[in-house]
Write a protein that binds this ligand. Structure first.
Ligand SMILES: [Cu+2]
Length: 166
């Protein structure tokens, strides 16, 4: 990594920190449970996946310690689904219960335990739902790791731009 990249990353992180709103906030995300064919190799092979938001894994969610997290799950699939957030401290079989096709439910918790946590569909059989694609990552960040996260986000975007040009 060159000095130019390090300086650019630090500058972007500093700008990001300066632009942050008040420390704790409410984070609202809507995820759609959908069945979708996803490509699983570079030859165009597709697999009929069960997804959060049409991708496997689901989207990376970034919240900060102290935030109130409200995830609205909209079930557009033909079977029951749910979300189990390992970052939360609520009962998976109550607040994170399964919902039927066509239903929606808000999963809500206060982000208190920093770390990188898995989220996944918790509907039985759980391993079948995870294995078919219903899992993702939620980053629960304390302030110092937020700066690191911004730098990583900048790096991700830079790599994505490079891939598009290739
Ligand atoms: Cu599921």
């Amino acid at each position: 990594m060159s000095i130019k990249n390090i300086v650019a990353g630090a500058a972007i992180a500093a700008i990001g920190l300066g632009a942050m709103p008040a420390y704790a906030k409410t984070v609202k995300v809507t995820l759609h449970a959908v069945e979708k064919n996803v490509q699983i190799d570079n030859k165009g092979t597709e697999y009929p996946a069960w997804t959060f938001g049409g991708t496997v894994p689901g989207p990376v969610l970034r919240v900060r310690q102290g935030d109130e997290v409200r995830i609205r799950l909209v079930n557009q699939a033909p079977m029951g689904h749910s979300i189990d957030f390992h970052a939360s401290e609520v009962a998976w079989n109550d607040e994170m219960r399964s919902i039927k096709p066509g239903e929606s439910l808000v999963y809500q918790f206060k982000a208190q335990r920093s770390g990188a946590w898995m989220y996944h569909c918790g509907t039985a059989p759980v391993l079948h739902h995870i294995g078919n694609g219903m899992y993702g990552l939620i980053l629960l960040l304390i302030l110092i790791t937020t700066a690191l996260n911004l730098a990583l986000h900048w790096w991700d975007r830079k790599l994505a731009t490079r891939r598009r040009r290739e």
